[in-house]
Write a protein that binds this ligand. Structure first.
Ligand SMILES: *Cc1c(COP(=O)(O)O)cnc(C)c1O
Length: 341
């Protein structure tokens, strides 16, 4: 094999191929929320044309949603592509990427691909992030790039806005705040991009807007940072159908907001019911609940009950993450749990 050394050592991001009728493993949203938009694609849409590489209409919809300028935005094929793009833009071989511990596993994979080093920091009691330790580690290690997932995946923990800004202030190098789940919380720093020349906020249509299938994400930063990232972005990286559907969905943010309000009620219900069963569950600011259980093969037992959740390994053995689904799905999960534990 002729792959480079860093790829030889890479473990793939594994997606569970098991099919269950109650699918609560990937933090996907409501399947019907923006389903009608597919019917509205219309006759003036042409498949032969490349997308508008400036993505002007989509960016205008983002401007309205976020309250920034068009020059503050880059769009990508999922926020995953934008995270990868930022790593390629800001980090060279052997330079350091710092993130939280535990956090979204893709960050370390992007780090390995470019032969950079990666460390996690800030592991506190009960997965509450120790912000002072994060800052201490930044001061000691001087990472070229820091990635803060807020709310954090997979734990659901929230870092307060002021603490996020303390982290941003602690370094001159770039800090990415991955706000994939921020619609389910209230600590966004997106309104601060003009105040910090090293702050990038990454967002997605995959979670609160329930459109993971169209692979659309965007980042918000000051104009200089965006210009730099745009040099690395491949042309036409987002397909035209996704750009159109995302544009239409962003114009209906009330629909998303009412979905989010209902989801939060369900989230608290799952959290409380798990505690009632004696399961150690963690307070979440996202669209999932993180918990631990000593029951052997819990995830497999749930699969036998036609419920799929996410289980973790290594340091997070015996830890699980369940997506907050529809009331019916959540009830199916809770009933299966009651049976098993
Ligand atoms: C789901 C998720 C995303 C979104 O990824 P997309 O590529 O936009 O679907 C980004 N970051 C984290 C931490 C996530 O959990």
């Amino acid at each position: 094999m002729k792959e480079k050394q860093s790829v030889k050592e890479l473990q793939p991001y594994v997606v569970n191929p098991v099919v269950c009728s109650v699918k609560l493993d990937a933090n996907e949203g409501n399947k019907d929320l923006f389903k009608d938009l597919i019917k509205d694609i219309g006759d003036d849409f042409y498949l032969n044309l490349y997308p508008d590489d400036n993505y002007t209409q989509l960016k205008e919809a983002i401007v309205n949603y976020i309250g920034c300028k068009i020059e503050n935005i880059s769009v990508g094929n999922g926020s995953s592509e934008l995270l990868d793009l930022c790593v390629k833009t800001f980090v060279d071989t052997n330079e350091l990427i710092l993130s939280l511990d535990p956090t979204f596993s893709m960050y370390s994979i992007y780090a390995k691909i470019v032969n950079s080093r990666y460390i996690g920091a800030g592991e506190g009691n009960d997965f509450i992030i120790n912000v002072d330790d994060v800052i201490k580690s930044i001061k000691e290690n001087d990472p070229k790039l820091t990635i803060i997932c807020n709310p954090n995946n997979p734990t659901g923990t929230i870092i307060k806005r002021d603490d996020v800004l303390r982290i941003v202030k602690s370094t001159d190098n770039v800090v990415i705040v991955d706000e994939a789940y921020m619609e389910f919380s209230n600590e966004s720093v997106v309104d601060e991009i003009e105040n910090y020349d090293n702050l990038i906020v990454v967002k997605t249509m995959s979670k609160a807007f329930s459109m993971a299938g169209i692979r659309t994400g965007y980042l918000i930063a000051n104009e200089e940072l965006v210009k730099t990232i745009e040099k690395v972005r491949p042309p036409y990286n987002l397909n035209s159908i996704s750009a159109l559907l995302a544009t239409k969905a962003l114009k209906q943010k009330d629909k998303m907001l009412s979905y989010v309000e209902n989801l939060k009620v369900e989230r608290e219900k799952i959290y409380e019911k798990l505690l009632d069963m004696g399961v150690k569950a963690y307070k979440s600011g996202a669209n999932f609940v993180f918990f631990s259980s000593k029951v052997d093969n819990l995830a497999e037992k749930l699969i036998d009950n036609d419920v799929l959740i996410r289980k973790f390994g290594g340091k997070l053995d015996n830890y699980y993450r369940v997506t907050v689904g529809s009331p019916k799905e959540n009830e199916a999960f809770l009933n299966a749990m009651k049976k098993i534990v």
